[in-house]
Design a protein around this ligand. Sequence first.
Ligand SMILES: Cc1ncc(COP(=O)(O)O)c(C=O)c1O
Length: 429
Amino acid sequence: MTLKGHAMTTKADTLANRKRLLGRNLSIAYKYPIKIVRGSMQYLYDEEGVEYLDAYNNVAHVGHCNPRVVKAGYEQMARLNTNTRYLHDLINQFAERLTATLPDPLKVCFFVNSGSEANELALRLACTHTHATDLIVLDHAYHGNTNTLIDISPYKHNGPGGGGPPTWVHKLPLPDPFRGGQDAEAAIVNRVIQELRERKTPLAGFIAESMPSVGGQIVLPPGYLNKVYDAVREAGGVCIADEVQTGYGRIGTHFWAFESYGVVPDIVVLGKPIGNGHPIGAVVTTREIANSFDNGMEFFSTFGGNPVSCAIGLAVLDEVFKNDLQNHALVVGQSLLARLSELKASYEIMGDVRGSGLFLGVELVRNRTTLEPATAEADFIVNAMRDRQILFGTDGPFHNVLKIRPPMPFTKTDADRLCETLARVVSEV
Ligand SMILES: Cc1ncc(COP(=O)(O)O)c(C=O)c1O
């Protein structure tokens, strides 16, 4: 198949041009890269029309090129797009619909254009409110690509090219139930806070993904987040939930992942799925914190909260609710988790199968006693799945966790196909 705008350039030329024109550390997935030219719901199509089942692009939450979302964006783009210094109803409507999904007192919205921008803003809110700068983070976390966010992202600053954390960042071990992370680890936060007290250093807060995704699709141990939130608040800090990957019903049981632990953060950070591929980021916080931030300095984002973004954001919410996608994620996710667990019983390498709804992970190990990570094997599996037209990625500190986070329209039939193919591929390892 040829597509307008893509027909003239071969895949080899696209690759060569990219290497010539773009920074080399912009990584490319798969040993044999794919040139994707079209998307439709949970499927992607390459330049020859080959269809791929997308099992990990959580950004296209309600499906690639979802017609309702495309129509909403197109119609608003044809009508008006401008900035937030004019009155417009769509930004209010989007804020109203968004805050209706969140518990009290999370009722004040700020709109930006990416998860990174949203996390940056969340840090500004926390620091302004508390008059402090020190922050507690989880090991292996990733929160975005700016200077400050690399500073609070051990996944980046502890890796190649990273310079480690700055002195104002304090790291808690990732409480990974599979690798022995017990809820006793929550006590470590008290040690960190005590050290800060001894140094007379005030605490701005704590930031974590409510289910660490980059950390390896982890569901935190029961009670963990509750204890950490309590300790941080007691020390004067605020609690920031990065829901960039986990929000909007993906975990099936709840709309937001933090709700599954019975905690309420002070600041929630949103990104990826809320625009379904259109760049939208948002921060939702309490009136009290928003008032502290209203300290005389104007807040402005040229594109944040523009009418096109808000029309798209509303259409995404419509799709989520009209199609009951949270419940769909629960039902399909439970079936997928059950089938993956059956495979785990047959294949030693599948050390752990975990997650909730359509936020799942399969941790691959060479030995179930030593838990030696099967990193090369994970790479083999991801590439072998790609060769069979199913797209996966890996995550986790050892890059040995298969991440399964498909667009939400992913069906039970897709899940069955994924498991049958995975069983064949795993038996080849
Ligand atoms: C948990 C989390 N937070 C924040 C971000 C940053 O979002 P963006 O890439 O849209 O700036 C990411 C991106 O991968 C993420 O996974």
